[in-house]
Write a protein that binds this ligand. Structure first.
Ligand SMILES: *Cc1c(COP(=O)(O)O)cnc(C)c1O
Length: 361
């Protein structure tokens, strides 16, 4: 069967060249006579993979020297609890902005650990915008300030980061990781699950400023304590060996394409194709004001539910799969992560045009 264009929000597409390389190396990685899936994580051959992936990560993202890159498990969701456990240990206060479902989950989880303030929310706008912030409402002595950088379900992204002064900014970047250059020095912590833009599910990556390591509360489980992970080179316990290997291949692919500036250009081109069509369409519409539009997740609806259903079904029959919107939003969502080729977006736009034309009297 021919490969489809998969618009899933995650797990999602991986670059075909990476899949081919992994397939070629499946039974015998680099003359070791073993698959990466079978190797001891303590072996020299595996150390080259994990340390190589970590170094490449630093290089590709331009991560400053006073930050550490940690490879973790448990998904972004585990970090919703690990963040307060590791950071909420001074004033035990933190500020959260709720811009969607994942931000809300993080906000709810943090409440188990201290005094958590909701400084802004866009729930009243059904999360179609990033809310206006009032800096007077920020907690001056907060241990951290939390945002979700790209809202996977609602298709929004922060345009300007909040100015939090000396309070460390913590961001969930699960669905915007490696999609464009990012100034890591503006954050205390960024983290995300790998299954959107980096690797198969099972790997979580956390980039943390060194002075924020070693502050965990005394009752923090050891595997959740960033210091235990950092002190053991992300091998306090067995790491997700295979996803880390794929992560390395994906980073090499990004480098081969010209790094994050080239990736950004490609992603902006893809997103523009889709948004331009939506803005000119009489049938489909995107509810997000341009300045808050996500580069990675494009939501859209047709005039009625019947058309939405027909669209998803016919698209699938044409090899354009997983376009159904999240159950909390309805309509459609095209996730166009790094690995989605330009041709995939062009095929989607062509299909939409044809769908609209056939139904326009
Ligand atoms: C997918 C996603 C999550 C959840 O990730 P898990 O790895 O399943 O825990 C959290 N935040 C954002 C922004 C996401 O896109």
């Amino acid at each position: 069967m021919a490969r489809v264009y998969n618009f899933s929000a995650g797990p999602s597409m991986l670059p075909e060249s990476v899949l081919n390389r992994a397939a070629a190396e499946m039974l015998d990685y680099n003359g070791s006579g073993q698959s990466v899936m079978e190797m001891s994580h303590r072996s020299r051959v595996y150390e080259e993979i994990i340390f190589g992936a970590r170094e490449l990560f630093r290089e590709v993202m331009g991560i400053p020297g006073n930050y550490q890159v940690l490879f973790l498990q448990g998904g972004a969701s585990l970090q919703f609890a690990a963040i307060p456990q590791n950071l909420l240990n001074g004033s035990r206060k933190a500020d959260y902005v709720v811009t969607g479902q994942f931000a809300n989950k993080a906000y709810q989880e943090a409440q188990k650990f201290g005094e958590i303030k909701l400084v802004a929310s866009s729930k009243a706008q059904n999360f179609s915008v990033i809310p206006q912030l009032e800096p007077e409402a920020f907690t001056r002595d907060a241990d951290y300030f939390y945002i979700c950088h790209n809202n996977t379900i609602f298709g929004t992204k922060w345009d300007l980061l909040p100015e939090t002064g000396g309070v460390p900014l913590v961001a969930d970047i699960s669905s915007s990781f490696l999609s464009e250059p990012m100034d890591v020095s503006k954050f205390g912590v960024v983290f995300g699950g790998a299954q959107k833009n980096i690797a198969p599910a099972g790997l979580t990556i956390l980039i943390v400023r060194e002075d924020l390591i070693g502050r965990a509360r005394a009752n923090t489980p050891t595997v959740m304590d960033w210091k235990a992970v950092a002190d053991n080179d992300s091998m306090y316990n067995t790491p997700p060996c295979w996803p880390i290997y794929i992560c390395k291949l994906v980073l090499e692919w990004i480098q081969m394409l010209g790094g994050l500036p080239a990736i950004q250009e490609r992603n902006e081109h893809k997103a523009k194709l889709l948004y331009d069509y939506l803005d000119g369409s009489a049938m489909f519409r995107n509810p997000v004001p341009p300045r808050f539009r996500s580069l990675m997740n494009v939501t859209f609806v047709a005039e009625n539910e019947e058309l939405n259903k027909a669209f998803v079904k016919e698209a699938e029959a044409n090899g354009l799969v997983n376009l159904k919107g999240h159950r909390s939003v309805g309509g459609m969502r095209a996730s166009i992560y790094n690995a989605m080729p330009v041709e995939g977006v062009e095929a989607l736009v062509e299909f939409m045009k044809e769908f609209e034309r056939k139904r326009t009297p």
